[in-house]
Design a protein around this ligand. Structure first.
Ligand code: UD1
Ligand code: CA
Length: 500
């Protein structure tokens, strides 16, 4: 085992999180597209510990299922009815020791400190090992230490931690605080926890008491202080959740900008931690990229675009679009005002245009769906153009059916493709066609009867309207030939006829 590989990491997640005022356990709330517990487990796993334990109690099933779902290798430990962080760790040691007694460094961290990173933990472990400490506690100095445990020092040496509610007025002046992140020698921790009582204002078993106990036994106890307090700030309420979420986002964007991504307005751009961006990607204002979204080189997203689990190919543009579980090919264009639903796929150089909704459909390379169209449960071949205002009529009220349109087809505007139906390669359809039967390759499909013109209908049925007057002029009639108002069709309106 290397100097910095811990025997175990114990993540504390049994607390109630009352101040969140939520049905959802505190550690399951998210920032940057990952739960607080997910952030903690990611940092913990990066240390490559021999064992990784999560202590649960409040809403234990939800927290345990979430933790196991994120990391199948975690040991779920149930805390009993004895309250306190010390008891939580004692329960964890009991469970972990059952297999084989832990030896060496044990990291303890809270499940609600989402910005704590593996780098900081590694430094803490390295310092612990280098100085052969019994206890190494991570601290930070803050402007307002209210609510935190204060670090007590004598002649510079750490001698204990006192909780806010147990502190004297003088101790409350101390601005160096306990971050709830520690490395303990396993044997020291096991022994000391046996001697910790519940003699404090909350009647809890405090993990912090181990610090003073170890010091009193003459064991080496040290503190490592982090300058960047954000890294160790815990979430207790939703105000902190938002503040830490914004800070995490700021850091995520900064990292991508340093990797060659242009972020025009970091203040209105939100990128989850698992999103991947390539060089020369441009994110325009109002862009939100969530989940496992991936954007390839040179693509431009935004303004005002929200994508979740969407893959965007190189050089593509996506303007004012809302999408999830979709794939947009290299050099394709999407939007403005497109809605991409799960299973939407656009080929290279293809186009999903304005007011177009696509669901469970693949649109081939260089194929275009430019305007006002719903494409659901369909395949559209390479180079095909779908006319404006068309609907892929996929639902018969009970089941969904597929439409297949071949390559290089040209379908007219205002078409209804009544699925299941197939339009062959190179086929055309006329404007307003309702496609109920398959169209063979190369055919032109038209539907509906021949057009009928009912001559003079407006002059008779909409007399004394601007339309009737315009028609009369065009037909070379005098105005006297329009029918008087008292012969109007009952109930008919005279829309637009307000200049009388
Ligand atoms: C704790 C520390 C305090 C430190 C602060 C940093 C103690 C006694 N105090 O106080 O010195 O400044 O964190 O944020 O440790 N938990 C359990 N079981 C329990 C109680 C808590 O697992 O019985 C877990 C919580 O889920 C949480 C963590 O331990 O993840 C910290 O608990 P919390 O109640 O927030 O402790 P604080 O009062 O903030
Ligand atoms: Ca806390």
């Amino acid at each position: 085992m290397s100097l910095t590989q811990p025997a175990a990491v114990v993540v504390l997640a049994a607390g109630e999180g009352t101040r969140m005022k939520s049905r959802i356990p505190k550690v399951l709330h998210e920032i940057g597209g990952r739960s607080l517990l997910g952030h903690a487990l990611t940092a913990a796993r990066a240390l490559d510990p021999a064992r990784l334990a999560v202590v649960v109690r409040h809403q234990r099933d939800a927290v345990a299922a979430h933790a196991s779902g994120l990391d199948a290798g975690v040991t779920i430990v149930d805390q009993d009815e004895v309250p306190g962080t010390g008891r939580a760790v004692q329960c964890a040691l009991g469970a972990l020791d059952a297999a084989a007694a832990l030896e060496g460094p044990v990291v303890v961290m809270a499940g609600d400190t989402p910005l704590l990173d593996a780098g900081t933990l590694t430094e803490l472990l390295a310092a612990h090992g280098a100085d052969a400490n019994a206890v190494t506690v991570l601290t930070t100095t803050v402007e307002d230490p209210h609510g935190y445990g204060r670090i007590l020092r004598e002649d510079g040496a750490v001698v204990g931690v006192v909780e806010e509610r147990d502190a004297t007025a003088e101790q409350r002046q101390i601005r160096e605080i306990n971050t709830s992140t520690y490395v303990f020698d396993a044997a020291v921790l096991r022994e000391a926890l046996g001697g910790v009582g519940q003699d404090n204002d909350q009647g809890e078993v405090y993990l912090t008491d181990v610090v003073a106990l170890a010091h009193r036994r003459g064991l080496p106890v040290r503190a490592i202080s982090v300058e960047d307090s954000w890294l160790v700030e815990g979430v207790n309420d939703r105000v902190q959740l938002a503040a830490l979420g914004a800070e995490l986002n700021r850091r995520t964007l900064e990292r991508w900008m340093r990797e060659g991504v242009t972020v025009v307005d970091p203040g209105t751009t939100w990128v989850d931690v698992d999103v991947e961006l390539a060089r020369d990607v441009t994110l325009l204002p109002g862009t939100q990229l969530h989940g496992r979204t991936r954007v390839d080189e040179g693509a431009t997203i935004g303004p005002d675009t929200t994508l979740r689990d969407v893959v965007v190919g190189a050089g593509a543009t996506v303007v004012r679009t809302h999408g999830s579980d979709a794939e947009l090919g290299a050099g394709s264009t999407t939007g403005p005002f497109a809605y991409l639903r799960p299973g939407a796929q656009l080929g290279e150089r293809g186009k999903i245009g304005t007011f177009v909704e696509v669901k469970n459909a693949s649109i081939g390379p260089a194929a275009k769906v430019p305007h006002l169209t719903y494409v659901g449960d369909a395949e559209i071949g390479e180079g095909t153009n779908i006319g404006a205002s068309s609907v892929f009529v996929n639902y018969d009220g009970v089941a969904k059916h597929r439409t297949r349109i071949g390559a290089h087809a040209r379908t007219g505007s205002d078409n209804m493709f009544v699925a299941p139906v197939t339009v062959g390669d190179g086929a055309y359809t006329g404007a307003g066609t309702t496609v109920r039967e398959d169209v063979p390759p190369g055919a032109l499909a038209v539907s509906g009867g021949p057009q009928r013109n009912i001559e003079g209908w407006v002059l008779r049925s909409r007399p004394e309207t601007d339309s009737a007057r315009a028609a009369a002029r065009a037909l070379g009639h005098g105005p006297e030939t329009t029918t008087p108002r008292d012969q109007q069709v009952p109930g008919a309106t005279a829309e637009g006829d307000n200049n009388r």
